[in-house]
Design a protein around this ligand. Structure first.
Ligand SMILES: [Zn+2]
Length: 218
């Protein structure tokens, strides 16, 4: 089974991807995380990515993303299913994503779209804090109790990001909708989309996903 999971920031997409990977023994491909891993390698591609994300602090282009995606998939045995976390997210990624899938004899069985309301998104992001140094994200009232606490990982200062405001949230949700629309439409035409209400608690969201995914086997 190959699954794609999409959702705006704060939708709990990463957590759900992890839970699905464990449940169905899938490889969890989080492109952001994998890029950071490749950036540590002493290879031409590793150095190139390190230069972009760690030195220039820019986003990598689709040409590199394509290379990295191929690198990741080619190492996996074909019988091992994959959950793609946050990719393909834009129309320009869709073409090379589908190309890679065909090349490696795979197909997308389901695309899970976690929907999050503006209201819930505001409430979640208002509680988000981030370590200035190691960039680990914490939820106020859950992972940390006060904003004056130091990062438990690296003792860095914990801050609220400037774009974690209502305006920033609105803008990000809008960009997410615009960017993913063509991807959603593409998979909708194949009757492959599962829409999940992301306003619920983690357990309930996961339950809803399982219910939908089980239909593939029944
Ligand atoms: Zn830290």
């Amino acid at each position: 089974m190959n699954v794609v999971i999409l959702g705006p920031q704060g939708s709990g997409k990463g957590t759900q991807a992890q839970l699905i990977a464990e449940k169905f023994d899938l490889e969890h491909i989080d492109m952001g995380k994998f890029l950071r891993e490749v950036a540590l390698l002493n290879t031409p591609l590793g150095k190139e990515i390190n230069e972009i994300i760690n030195i220039k602090k820019e986003l990598v282009d689709d040409k590199i993303l394509k290379k990295v995606l191929h690198l990741k998939i080619q190492d996996l045995p074909r019988e091992k299913g994959i959950i793609f976390d946050g990719v393909p997210r834009r129309e320009d990624q869709l073409a090379y994503f589908e190309e890679a899938m065909i090349k490696f004899g795979r197909q997308v069985d389901r695309v899970i779209l976690i929907k999050l309301s503006e209201k819930e998104s505001f409430q979640r992001i208002a509680k988000r804090r981030i370590c200035e140094k190691c960039k680990k994200v914490f939820i106020l009232g859950k992972d940390i109790q006060s904003e004056t606490e130091k990062c438990p990982v690296c003792s860095g200062k914990i801050i609220q990001r400037i774009d974690d405001t209502e305006e920033g949230v609105k803008k990000r949700l809008k960009i997410f909708q615009q960017e993913t629309m063509p991807v959603i439409k593409y998979y909708e035409a194949q009757d492959n989309i599962i829409e999940i209400n992301g306003d619920q608690i983690i357990k309930k969201v996961f339950k809803d996903i399982l219910k939908q995914l089980k239909k593939i086997y029944d």
